[in-house]
Design a protein around this ligand. Structure first.
Ligand SMILES: Cc1ncc(COP(=O)(O)O)c(C=O)c1O
Length: 204
């Protein structure tokens, strides 16, 4: 029997995501699904074997809240080797199940009702709804055609005393554009000595 009461959505305007739409269409038409980073190769057998070995060895309990120590150590080492950036695995690295979880946790922890969050469109489609769920205002700035670069003067003009966060995504989904050193300099200049937090979604 259908209940007479329907729970009220906090985000009634959010429809079906483009990923679902394109995913279904791709399946229906046997087309390549370019809407998501679906690998067209099998996982490395070493990875499959290591996961199976870990499970056979009984590693099936809760991990520490911020992630298995050995994994955080390995991530710190990788970040150091690749980017020359040093992070303390004990206090500066947290392992999450997905970028979506990381985005949700970070935005809900740091963004307060009444705050404004700047991000760039086209964007990964959960940024705006997560910000709205905090009672904050998403401020979307359109990337400039043809190469989808950021117009930093426009960003500067959009900053107000309520701006709490700027979300950047480089390399960018869906355009593939990537930050230049000038973008980093402009972002640094804009946020230095401010209370604006930069959330950098580097999922790719
Ligand atoms: C820019 C961007 N951020 C975050 C995500 C979410 O990643 P995950 O699947 O790890 O939640 C995606 C997925 O396509 C993405 O394109």
């Amino acid at each position: 029997m259908k209940s007479a009461w329907t729970p009220q959505s906090k985000l009634p305007a959010v429809g079906t995501t483009i990923f679902t739409v394109i995913g279904q269409l791709a399946e229906e038409h046997h087309a390549l699904n370019l809407s998501q980073g679906a690998p067209n190769f099998a996982p490395d057998p070493k990875l499959v074997e290591s996961a199976a070995r870990a499970m056979r060895a009984g590693h099936n309990q809760y991990a520490p809240m911020s992630g298995v120590h050995a994994l955080r150590d390995a991530l710190a080492l990788k970040t150091q080797k690749l980017y020359g950036a040093t992070y303390d695995p004990a206090s500066e690295i947290t392992v999450v199940a997905s970028a979506s979880e990381g985005l949700y946790a970070t935005i809900s922890a740091l963004v307060h009702p009444g705050d404004e969050v700047i991000y760039f469109e086209p964007s990964f489609d959960s940024y705006g709804p997560i910000v709205q769920l905090q009672g904050a205002t998403p401020v979307a700035i359109k990337l400039s055609p043809v190469d989808f670069h950021i117009d930093w003067d426009e960003v500067q003009a959009a900053v107000t005393p309520r701006t709490r966060m700027i979300i950047v995504n480089s390399p960018h989904n869906p355009s593939g554009s990537a930050f230049t050193s000038v973008d980093i300099e402009r972002l640094t200049a804009l946020t230095r000595d401010s209370k604006i937090i930069v959330l950098s979604d580097e999922v790719y």
